[in-house]
Design a protein around this ligand. Structure first.
Ligand SMILES: *Cc1c(COP(=O)(O)O)cnc(C)c1O
Length: 545
């Protein structure tokens, strides 16, 4: 009844519209002939942008985004949302503002000379205690004035003035870089009979730069090889956010594919996303969130059969897995010995125990790597060629990485790996014994992620923070992880004791208690409007530095 009256009134209005349009058209026929195609073009354009957004973000996110934009047009709503947003950002920054009091904002008019060293020591003492309390963060064991730590610092200071950009002047660091790359490649499969050329690579400033370069090289290599001009890449949901950075920087469409029940890259789902524009698929060994190795051999097979590049993210695992395998732990092949692997990133500044700012990117052959370089022929500054994102590069860090690898040697890494693997097993076992907690998937290495079905795990994290621990919060599922370092190995028992106590505390006090970040993590995870969460993050960063 209602519907038919609606439809008849619609038809009535439509007919009226048609009559008006017809009389208009007959009057202004020449003009209409011009306007109609123009309007059609406009509509087609709008429709195409809409479809593009739909394609990029998916149906749900597009509708939500549209709804949120509309809601914000209602008077007062935007200012309300902005005010709430500001509150959350301030909470995330806690008392960030007051901390800036007394900060230097201009050069001292008279230089302070060596007296600044004491001032710096004073500042350093204000950092929180990280020794034995931080997940990941500082991978070198011991303290700064002894052993490996002080050796690295000395190596760095010896080469602080050097820059491999000037290879004619600093042959020392040029050689160190080549040797760090060769030694790393050697335990990641370059010595085995690999097909497809000669493995090569460069040192970079960190895992992110290694990944950015591998993605950039894959994009340009696939353009030259297959003529792909609208590149796409497929990343498991557990793959590092450096791939989002790469997608944004290099204008590549990014498909994020959910992981399977074991929290590994889903090979079949990955296959479903491959199309003629695919340049790259990625697997991690292991992934940062849960420390689980993706099915690298199966992904390699997939990459070979479709002729796409395949990057293995060994940022975290590169200096552990080869040694763990040698020690007899079950580690599936995940390096260049796997067919189809075209590039690898491996951080020396994590388990390589080198200074921060050192990583290696490796390629199956020179043909792929050549697409990493930038060569400029028409600059008045002369002929210029540079291998990585930075122009000038810190020779000191290259020297520090070389010193780390040479001083530790294979036996050093084997010894460390044993300690790290056993420490991680104890932590995993200890967590499994806490009834309220579960371990996420089956950790392959030195990262243990855990959550809870009965408690707010972020509340547990807040209590752990109040006890001086710095763990990492994760989502999907809500959980936290600990990345076991040499600093943490002697602290395993303390960690488990504090964790048990924290679980008890949260159990006895259900509901928000800690005044920490738990409510924010909880809310951010549940907010359907991801655009808003993104704005929060940007505002947070913008206010921090
Ligand atoms: C740390 C890490 C990265 C990024 O490294 P940065 O050194 O922080 O830039 C990438 N992938 C994985 C798996 C990592 O653990």
């Amino acid at each position: 009844m209602e519907f038919s009256s609606f439809s008849s009134s619609f038809i009535f209005h439509f007919n009226r519209f048609r009559t008006i349009a017809n009389s208009f058209l007959s009057q202004y026929e020449p003009l209409a002939l011009l306007i109609v195609p123009l309007i059609s073009l406009l509509i087609a354009h709008a429709l195409r942008s809409f479809l593009n957004i739909l394609h990029d973000k998916g149906l749900k996110a597009t509708i939500l985004g549209f709804l949120m934009t509309s809601i914000k047009l209602v008077p007062g709503v935007k200012s309300y949302i902005d005010a709430e947003k500001k509150k959350v950002v301030e909470k995330m920054q806690s008392d960030g503002k007051s901390k800036r009091e007394g900060w230097q904002t201009e050069l001292p008019s008279t230089g302070l000379g060596t007296s600044i060293l004491e001032k710096m020591r004073e500042e350093k003492r204000k950092d929180v205690i990280w020794q034995g309390k931080c997940s990941g963060t500082v991978y070198i064991g011991g303290n700064e004035s002894e052993g490996h730590f002080s050796l690295i610092n000395e190596a760095c200071s010896m080469f602080a003035h050097t820059n491999p950009l000037h290879m004619d002047v600093f042959q020392s660091v040029v050689r160190f870089e080549a040797e760090v790359v060769a030694m790393t490649a050697a335990f990641l499969g370059s010595k085995e009979k690999t097909s497809g050329g000669q493995i090569c690579g460069n040192m970079t400033s960190g895992g992110t730069e290694s990944i950015l370069l591998a993605v950039k090289s894959a994009r340009d290599y696939m353009k030259s090889k297959k003529g792909i001009t609208r590149p796409e890449m497929i990343i498991p949901e557990s793959g590092h956010s450096a791939y989002d950075k790469a997608a944004q920087y290099f204008n590549i469409k990014l498909w994020r594919v959910p992981v399977n029940k074991s929290f590994q890259a889903d090979v079949r789902a990955t296959r479903r996303h491959i199309n003629k524009n695919t340049i790259l698929i990625v697997g991690s060994a292991p992934g940062y969130p849960h420390g689980i190795i993706d099915p690298i051999e199966e992904l390699g097979h997939l990459a070979s059969s479709y002729g796409v590049c395949f990057h293995v993210d060994l940022c975290l695992g590169g200096f552990v897995l080869p040694f763990a395998r040698e020690l007899g732990y079950h580690i599936p092949p995940c390096d260049f010995s796997v067919q189809g692997v075209s590039s690898i990133s491996v951080d020396v500044h994590k388990y390589g125990l080198a200074p921060k700012g050192t990583s290696v990117v490796l390629y199956r052959n020179h043909e792929i790597r050549k697409h990493q370089f930038v060569a400029v022929t028409e600059w008045s500054g002369g002929l210029y060629v540079s291998p990585t994102m930075a122009g000038s590069r810190p020779g000191s860090l290259i020297a520090g990485a070389w010193a780390a690898m040479m001083s530790l040697g294979k036996d050093g890494y084997l010894r460390n790996t044993k300690a790290l693997m056993e420490g991680s097993k104890s932590i995993q076992k200890g967590i499994e014994e806490i009834a309220e907690l579960f371990v996420v998937g089956r950790p392959d290495m030195t990262i243990v992620a855990f959550g809870s079905d009965v408690l707010d795990i972020f509340e547990v994290n807040d209590i752990m923070s109040s006890k001086g621990w710095h763990l990492n919060a994760l989502q999907r599922p809500n959980s936290i992880h600990i990345c076991v370092t040499l600093q943490l190995v002697p602290a395993v028992d303390d960690f488990l004791k504090d964790l048990k106590e924290s679980v008890e505390t949260v159990k006895k006090n259900p509901g928000p208690i800690s005044g920490g970040l738990a409510p924010i993590y909880g809310a951010a995870g549940k907010m359907p409007d991801r655009g808003m969460v993104q704005e929060l993050l940007v505002d947070f960063m913008d206010g921090t530095c």
